[in-house]
Design a protein around this ligand. Structure first.
Ligand code: TIU
Length: 226
């Protein structure tokens, strides 16, 4: 028999089957969350994003006690930049551009420290990392294939940034038939007003892209699985 759980969420309760659910951790990389990386080179104050680390840590710990899968993403490029569109390289007229040397190695380049997942949230064995060249996690990656092979239909989404990579990903997921639940305190933005509007956009119009809840609501429900 299928086990269905229900989480209090907006715009209405979210029902999911744990065996067909994956927790996504989007772009929790040094380059976005720590000084000296891509986020800062874009002119952002990275300290604002650090508020999501502990809530995600708590969710990860609870999920790892269940059959819910875990999957990570990282945004970044090949060292020769052959997978980075010229438009992305040029955008913003930046002093430190993608591929330039920074305090955490070459900015947004695979294999560099800045590109890697932050120490606080390191993946465990069996938790794949999707390397993506764009903002969306589905664009030219094998994410959809992996989720299909796992039989996943429900995506619980965390990470940064709310209005960029999280939004692009939940929109892509929605178009592919996934049911997305965003944990509001586990997604972060450099701009408080975008955080607020970003979450409202997801749940407006009857949940146009998905649902929004808190990490506490989600953890309280999956504790029943122990
Ligand atoms: N710049 C910004 O807000 N975000 C990104 O470029 N990437 C992600 O959201 N991961």
């Amino acid at each position: 028999m299928k086990k269905i759980l229900t989480v209090k969420a907006e715009p209405y309760d979210y029902e999911f089957e744990p065996a067909s659910t994956a927790l996504m951790i989007i772009d929790m990389q040094n380059d976005f969350v720590n000084p000296g990386g891509f986020g800062e080179s874009l002119g952002n104050n990275v300290t604002l994003l650090r508020a999501v680390i502990n809530p995600i840590k708590n969710v990860l710990a609870a999920v790892r006690e269940t059959e819910i899968k875990v999957i990570y993403t990282r945004e970044g490029h090949r060292p020769d930049l052959s997978d980075c569109p010229q438009s992305k390289l040029n955008r913003g007229n930046l002093k430190v551009r993608i591929g330039d040397e920074g305090p955490m190695g070459r900015v947004l380049i695979r294999g560099e420290k800045g590109h890697d997942i932050i120490d606080e949230l390191k993946p465990k064995e069996g938790e794949p990392i999707i390397d993506k060249p764009g903002k969306g996690s589905f664009y030219v990656t094998d994410l959809h294939l992996i989720l299909q092979n796992w039989g996943v239909k429900y995506l619980v989404i965390t990470g940064v940034t709310t209005e960029v990579c999280v939004h692009t990903t939940i929109r892509e997921a929605n178009d592919r038939g996934y049911e997305g639940l965003v944990l509001g305190d586990c997604v972060g933005s450099y701009f408080p007003e975008f955080q607020d509007a970003g979450l409202k956009m997801i749940k407006a119009q009857g949940g146009i892209f998905g649902w929004v809840t808190s990490s506490k609501n989600f953890i309280d429900v999956i504790k029943q699985l122990k």
